[in-house]
Design a protein around this ligand. Sequence first.
Ligand SMILES: Nc1ccn([C@@H]2O[C@H](COP(=O)(O)O)[C@@H](O)[C@H]2O)c(=O)n1
Ligand SMILES: C[C@@]1(CO)OP(=O)(O)OP(=O)(O)OC[C@H]1O
Length: 159
Amino acid sequence: MDIRLGNGFDVHAFGPGDHVILCGVKIPHDQGLVGHSDADVALHSVTDALYGALAEGDIGQHFPPSDPQWKGAASDVFLRHAVTLAGTRGFKISNIDCTLICEFPKIGPHAQKMRAALAAIAGLAEDRVSVKATTSEQLGFTGRGEGIACIATATLVTP
Ligand SMILES: Nc1ccn([C@@H]2O[C@H](COP(=O)(O)O)[C@@H](O)[C@H]2O)c(=O)n1
Ligand SMILES: C[C@@]1(CO)OP(=O)(O)OP(=O)(O)OC[C@H]1O
């Protein structure tokens, strides 16, 4: 059996808006996230974790931010591509774990909906998907409320 571990990390800055989209879930907030796509920092980091496990570069190589095709895109399209690529390469996803880093919005009340949405996009049972959060204790750019960071890990296995 071949086992592959990948990690992903992404950051998006807050900007004008009244919601953020995380794991494809719309979460009311007093600011939005700035990005070429819908700025779903969670799906971007998970996508990069899959590309990392496959040694297939990163999300910007597959979906260049300079390409107008991806302007405002819903980020599930990026993750679905990485999931399909894993299958094509003979891997199945064993588990996904991600941690959102921000002071606000509070993720806890939305974590189960985000987990279900992420599991559905990845084609996994919910008990193979983890969504959690931490503050950075008011330190650094996340602590100052300048944006949201997300770190993700994914494990791929051959049958
Ligand atoms: N945006 C966030 C940040 C944190 N949480 C939850 O609060 C717990 C405590 O956070 P600390 O950074 O003080 O350790 C954390 O374990 C999360 O459960 C959250 O929901 N949303
Ligand atoms: C998702 C892409 C798509 O153009 O753009 P952004 O939404 O800006 O996100 P980022 O994580 O900064 O870069 C990756 C790009 O591939």
